[in-house]
Design a protein around this ligand. Structure first.
Ligand code: ADP
Ligand code: ZN
Length: 522
């Protein structure tokens, strides 16, 4: 029998294993289960392809990405591996032929979509075949909290019940410790060996800027730093996706939209063009990206705040897979926080879901408002500790921090007084006008120029007040009432600030923030 290394060299044409590939392969060869977390591009496929070739029987690969099965199977066949797939895009006759090959033991690897696998017909086929292993790709789809949740994945625990002796390997490019635990539990992988690779993507320069005129900001980012290069722009809503694509195209940046509301054939066409052509920008919702393997995506931009750090990591991870310098750029503002909170409040989820979503949002805000290295924060979220990286905006242009205690007190007491003395609640704009002593029509109409807090914050710019407010929101020291159109409220913790019990160090936006020089780093 050949060794894994011989197969790697002879069949796949590579010199040596990368990272933990060999240890993972050995685990499966020994008949044990494995749970593998490896960043995209890390080389997950070989971890199940090689043991499938070495163990008797067929390796069954569960993958949600029907569009990619064909490519994977073609690539394997080119290497002389006997591979096939079963999915709904296939003609009946073709599926019959694959089933025949499977029963005759003529396949090394069979790719199946989860909904197909769980049909009676397919389960019966597998029971009559010899199975080398089960590989469950994109295993985070089993997590009900993630945005890639696929209910069919929950059914995959059946594999263990029907084939207790067949080793299983679950693979994903995204998972916190909590999600990893959930994957293990839901798939019955309690006994699996865990392999967690480094999540660091050193060639990506992370940058988060304050949002003001986001279209103009995005355009100058692309023009100045990535002219003529491929990139992805993530937006929250479908209409925004369309709008951004039109805006970029009108301004000389070739761009195409992609979202789940578009016709499937148009979507497939746009994706194919993005993969094939150079210098095309895809404006998309998060529906775009999983399994899209384009190595030379030079930037990923977020024009709206992602819902979680995991989502942010996964989406930005689509930049620079070739290892060359790439950017992850994001613009975020107060309105994003209000909007996201509202979406959580209005969602159909139960209390637990809302609480969890709220925590995910808080972690995301923490990353946005940090004065420390962004990469350090990002990786800490995945349980990995590193030194400051030197390749993110806060490392390249360290933001100043300042004692914002008094400013915070002014802001909180404006909210407090309006509520206590007038029974009124307002959103950010009006509160800041009061603080800055601006005599707007609304201020005069409401007589807010007679409040004791009127004008107490005239020493700071509006932008600076917005920054203070964002940070208070990120720290849970102010809340937005999403039913009242984003009006501001105090929280339990606000009291400690008002009483002067805590000192608040805040981040000061560097002048020209967002223009951190791009540093070439391998
Ligand atoms: P993932 O599924 O983790 O995103 P892939 O399995 O698609 O990654 O592998 C990413 C790329 O790295 C592929 O082009 C693959 O052929 C290559 N690769 C994987 N393992 C090795 C290795 N040991 N040596 C060289 N190249 C490798
Ligand atoms: Zn850094």
């Amino acid at each position: 029998m050949s060794s894994p290394l011989e197969i790697l060299q002879r069949v796949f044409g590579y010199e040596a294993f990368r990272g933990e590939q060999q240890a993972i392969i050995e685990t499966l060869l020994a008949g044990r289960d494995a749970l593998v977390l490896m960043p995209t591009g890390g080389g997950k496929s070989l971890c199940y392809q090689i043991p499938a070739l070495l163990r008797p029987g067929t390796g069954v690969v569960v993958s949600p990405l029907i569009a990619l099965m064909q490519d994977q199977v073609d690539a394997l066949r080119e290497l002389g591996v006997r591979a096939a797939y079963l999915n709904s895009s296939q003609e009946w006759r073709e599926a019959r032929e694959v089933e025949r090959q499977m029963l005759n033991g003529e396949l090394d690897l069979l790719y199946v979509a989860p909904e197909r696998l769980l049909t009676d017909r397919c389960m019966e086929l597998l029971q009559r075949s010899r199975i080398a292993l089960f590989a469950i790709d994109e295993a985070h789809c089993v997590s009900q909290w993630g945005h890639d949740f696929r209910p069919e994945y929950l059914g995959l625990s059946a594999l263990h019940e029907y084939w207790p002796d067949v080793p299983r390997i679950a693979l994903t490019a995204t998972a916190t410790a909590a999600t990893r635990e959930e994957i293990a539990r839901r798939l019955g992988l309690e006994e699996a060996a865990h392999f967690v690779s480094s999540f660091d993507r050193p060639n990506i320069l992370y940058r988060i800027v304050e949002k003001n005129e986001v279209k103009r900001q995005l355009l100058s980012f692309i023009r100045e730093e990535h002219p003529g290069e491929s990139g992805i722009v993530y937006c929250l809503s479908r209409s925004r996706v369309e709008d951004m694509a039109a805006f970029l195209s009108q301004n000389g940046v070739p761009a195409l939209p992609y979202h789940a509301g578009m016709d499937a054939s148009v979507r497939a066409h746009h994706q194919a063009r993005f993969l094939r052509e150079e210098g095309l920008v895809m404006t998309a919702t998060i529906a775009f990206g999983m399994g899209v393997n384009k190595p030379d995506v030079r930037f990923v931009a977020h024009v709206d705040l992602p819902k979680s750090v995991e989502g942010y990591y996964q989406e930005t991870g689509r930049a620079g897979r070739d290892g060359e310098p790439a950017s992850a750029w994001m613009a975020y503002g107060l309105q994003d926080v209000v909007q996201q909170r509202r979406m959580i409040d209005e969602s159909m989820g139960d209390e637990q879901f809302k609480r969890r979503s709220g925590r995910q949002l808080d972690a995301m805000l923490g990353l946005c408002e940090t004065v420390d290295c962004r990469r350090q924060q990002l990786l800490a979220y995945f349980g990995q500790h590193i030194e400051p990286c030197g390749n993110c905006d806060t490392c390249l242009e360290p933001p100043e921090s300042w004692d914002g205690t008094v400013a915070a007190q002014k802001l909180l007491s404006a909210i407090f007084r309006l509520w206590r003395e007038r029974g009124q609640r307002y959103g950010a704009g009006h509160i800041i006008d009061i603080l800055r002593g601006k005599s707007t029509p609304r201020v005069r109409e409401q007589g807010h120029d007679t409040l004791s807090v009127f004008g107490v914050g005239a020493d700071q710019s509006e932008q600076s007040w917005r920054s203070v407010l964002r940070q208070l929101l990120a720290k849970g020291l102010v809340a937005v009432d999403t039913e009242g159109h984003g009006t501001l409220m105090l929280t339990e913790q606000s009291r400690a600030v008002l009483k002067g019990e805590i000192t608040l160090m805040l981040r000061r936006e560097a002048p020209g923030a967002g223009r951190a020089t791009r540093v070439r780093r391998p």
